[in-house]
Design a protein around this ligand. Sequence first.
Ligand code: GDP
Length: 367
Amino acid sequence: MTEMPTCIGCGVRIQTENPEEPGYAPPKTLEKEQIICQRCFRLKHYNEIQPVRLTDDDFLRILNGLSEHDGLIVKIVDIFDFNGSFIPGIHRFVGNNPVLLVANKSDLLPKSVKREKVIRWLKRACRDFGLFPVDVKLVSAHKGYGMDEVIETIEQYRDGKDVFVVGCTNVGKSTFINQIIKRVTGEGNLITTSHFPGTTLDMIEIPLDDGKAIYDTPGIINHHQMAHHIHESELKYITPKKEIKPKVYQLNSNQTLFIGGLARFDFLKGNRNSFTIYVSNDLPIHRTKLEKADALYEEHKGELLSPPSKEYLEYLPEFVRHEFSIKEGKTDIVISGLGWITVQQPNAVVACHAPKGVEVFIRPSLI
Ligand code: GDP
């Protein structure tokens, strides 16, 4: 199946089926070289909001508005869900403003991981998305790692101007801003809100000494994440809270791994290979033979294979199968918001089953 292109405006994957859903473009636009989704088209040419999810539209308006401001854009991503939290089209909305990329939640990465390697990976991934940040920083807003350095970097690149912090919900934007407030102002009570022209949403304004400010823009919801497809009471099992302990499996072809009852990974073809799983430490992994996998799932979902537990199984969308032919060693199969599986050796055919709506894709290994 050929993959659909992405919108040159907001970066969303184009679809031609459902005008109510993000990424819709009329089928005939597929003939064009550069495709823009209907929502971006209207926003751009008619300054008109389509009655689809308000959060997304308001977010796009805010991004559009940023190009009329002069300042430093601090873009926050979640290192645990880089692609899901990236907001691909962002550089087209921010005009000529410099972008500083901050990857948060570094405390989740195994301690053995080299920071420089992750930063190199991040720079390359940005380039692949067409974003050329002035710098890339790895922090843990929660633990405070790297925060002093990032504040210095912001000071350096903002060049006496305002700072706009942007990011998806859940990347830790509030935690990040709170750390800055604590460190820069030494007190908590300086936040004011400011109305962003053209939107119904308020931004939080943190005044800086020189009359400029740091603005916290509202976050956009990342719809492809696992978090939006399971019941909120079970979110705690999939969201890692501390350093991930990778689990290594040596598999022969025709073996299957279940990640709780949330995803299934089949090793279909290839020599014996090593697979490293990076997910929340609370998620149990079960190994079985491929031929038994369907029956095992039917019999044990909600119990042995959980989360989700029986009580919340009905919230889980049906599984969709994604097959990949892995040519290079050290390739990650990413299940957006759940984690990833690194295939260590080249030449393997694998399939990953994940709930409908959750993005599954491959990338060069992060670690
Ligand atoms: P926002 O929606 O982007 O404003 O995100 P929040 O600041 O509310 O954080 C979202 C979730 O991520 C919360 O559960 C935070 O505790 C968690 N979080 C934020 N920063 C970090 C971090 O540096 N490391 C880890 N492990 N979790 C974080």
